[in-house]
Write a protein that binds this ligand. Structure first.
Ligand code: SAM
Length: 225
């Protein structure tokens, strides 16, 4: 698997952000969860602490913690500057300001790094890459994909999205994806066709409002059962 770390933006979110992006219910805490493209999110570390079973997959897990931290340090200030230059694109209700956003991303990275080596030994962090996964059919109850599919619609074409979502549905009984906007804050050009073609396979596909919103208008997730 050839992955260039310098092409990746390893910024991670917290368990609390995941729970809001994906409308977690108490019932979800008893599910086995696959976090697809979790990167340096602290979701897995914090979930494990409270007994929720999460496996995270990401091609960046072929790198060690120091390398991931170095890449984070290289990109974080540039991203926060871009955010400051586009004040109308963001909603400051969860993160209170660009500085608060930076603090929260640093905190998530620190929690991730503290857990990373132990989590790797426990196989909670595995090197895997869409659109093909090595897991058996229906291995997980719930598959989550935060800030990868749809967000990078300019870089990843329709076929990649379709194949990736079908693969997640092979491995997980239910799939949730957030956000449905691109980096340019536009509704993903792949979304309507995905809804149509995945529904035609017999799945129930819904666009569900959620309480989390950072990108303006990015307050919907896709739920597929
Ligand atoms: C913007 S980060 C989001 C991290 C995390 N999901 C979150 O929301 O905090 C996107 C992640 O997708 C990962 N990624 C890139 N290509 C991938 C692929 N083919 N399959 C799965 N994950 C991939 C990147 O390595 C990166 O960690």
């Amino acid at each position: 698997m050839v992955v260039k770390l310098e092409k990746i933006v390893p910024l991670g979110r917290s368990f609390d952000e995941y729970s809001r992006m994906f409308n977690f219910s108490q019932e979800d805490f008893n599910k086995t969860i696959l976090g697809v493209g979790d990167g340096p999110a602290s979701f897995n570390a914090e979930a494990t602490e409270i007994g929720v079973k999460v496996t995270s997959i990401d091609p960046i897990y072929q790198f060690n913690g120091e390398q991931i931290q170095k890449r984070f340090n290289e990109v974080v200030d540039g991203i926060i500057s871009q955010v400051k230059e586009t004040p109308n694109d963001w909603v400051w209700k969860y993160h209170k300001s660009p500085e608060d956003l930076r603090r929260n991303r640093v905190e998530a990275m620190e929690k991730f790094l503290k857990d990373y080596n132990r989590g790797k030994q426990e196989k909670r962090y595995q090197v895997e890459e869409l659109p093909e996964l090595s897991f058996s059919d229906d291995r997980y109850d719930l598959g989550l994909c935060s800030h990868f599919l749809f967000l990078y619609s300019e870089h990843l074409d329709y076929q990649f999205h379709y194949d990736s979502i079908r693969e997640m549905l092979r491995v997980c009984k239910e799939v949730r994806i957030f956000p449905l906007l691109t980096l340019m804050l536009e509704r993903s050009p792949h979304l309507d066709r995905i809804v149509e073609e995945i529904s035609a396979l017999g799945h129930t596909v819904s666009i569900v409002p959620v309480e989390y919103e950072l990108q303006k208008g990015g307050d919907r997730m896709l739920s597929i059962c």
